[in-house]
Design a protein around this ligand. Structure first.
Ligand code: NAD
Length: 283
């Protein structure tokens, strides 16, 4: 696997969950990877893990907060200083709202919880894109953003999270238009994943973690593919959009990589549960 040989990639939120799986896959594919993440504990653990895998010279871990423009600029400059260029950014750091509904959102926490969600999930992507513009224009590179099923459908979060992910869809389409033909801009919209996804500080959810085990039991019955994919199962989609050989026709594209949510039926979630027995195929 070396589809990303000589490519230099910068990812936010790369020290945990989906981001970490993308980092590991990109290193396997030959890329040099710069990670910007807020958690010092997670970036130290990442550095140690990658060192043990023998990729220490291909990884640069920078601590930073995506809500701070200077931190984004610093990550981009550090990446270019170490690896000589930047070919692809992956905006990925995000938080959830644990599906807090309109009814349950306390009025006195609306302002701050709105800012918590929008500043990380939307402004963080805007800042990253702005900070990386010049090196990406030089390299003829690309941008990839993590969306979510919540970027397209209700019930993947509450109104705050769902609105942030719909906003990300808008950013991708507008960036794709404005930056063509020099920089490709695409997105990946995963479904539920067992990660360390946390929530809004204002809502008291900053130490709360997405209930992965519970989702792992429920999701296989809800999605047509019948499994809850692991973080690493999503990484290939990012490789595809980052690969100069493979992304030639794609800009403004968002891959609905969510277990088949758009292929659910009217009366049931999937129609093929009896397919093998109908065809007399033994498993
Ligand atoms: N877990 C899911 O079910 C799911 C589903 C669809 C989409 N997503 C999206 O996937 C992306 C990654 O989330 P995850 O599930 O891997 O969660 P995660 O918490 O495991 O990873 C997110 C990383 O982002 C970092 N981060 C958070 N706030 C930051 C900030 N202000 N500045 C810098 N880094 C920050 C965290 O420290 C963490 O390392 C998010 O955009 C999320 O919305 C997750």
């Amino acid at each position: 696997m070396s589809r990303l040989k000589n490519e230099s990639v910068l990812i936010t939120g790369g020290a945990s969950g989906l981001g970490l799986a993308i980092v590991e896959r990109f290193l396997d594919e030959g890329a040099s990877v710069t990670v910007m993440d807020k958690s010092e504990k997670a970036t130290s653990a990442l550095t140690q893990k990658i060192k043990e895998k023998g990729f220490a010279d291909k990884l640069l871990a920078v601590n930073g907060d995506v809500r701070n423009y200077q931190d984004n600029e610093n990550a981009v400059a550090s990446c270019v200083a170490k690896f000589g260029k930047l070919d692809c950014i992956i905006g990925n750091a995000g938080i959830w709202d644990f599906s807090k509904s309109l009814v349950d959102l306390p009025v006195e926490q609306l302002d701050q919880s709105f800012d918590d969600l929008f500043h990380i999930n939307v402004k963080g992507y805007l800042y990253l894109a702005k900070a990386a513009l010049e090196p990406l224009a030089r390299s003829g590179g690309s941008m990839i953003f993590t969306v979510s099923n919540a970027g397209f459908y209700p019930d993947g979060g509450g109104p705050l999270y769902t609105a942030t992910k719909h906003a990300v869809v808008g950013l991708i389409r507008q960036f794709a238009f404005e930056l063509a033909p020099h920089i490709r801009v695409n997105g990946v919209a995963p479904g539920a994943i067992d990660t360390n996804l946390r929530g809004s500080e204002a809502l008291g959810q900053d130490e709360k973690v997405i209930p992965g085990k519970m989702l792992g039991q429920a999701i296989p019955n809800l999605v047509p593919v019948g499994v809850m994919p692991k973080p690493k199962d999503y990484a290939g989609a990012y490789v595809f959009f980052a690969s100069r050989e493979d992304n030639i026709p794609s800009t403004g594209v968002i891959l609905n990589h969510d277990g088949g949510l758009s292929a659910r039926g009217f009366t049931k979630n999937r129609g093929g549960d009896k397919l093998l027995s109908q065809l007399n195929i033994e498993v």
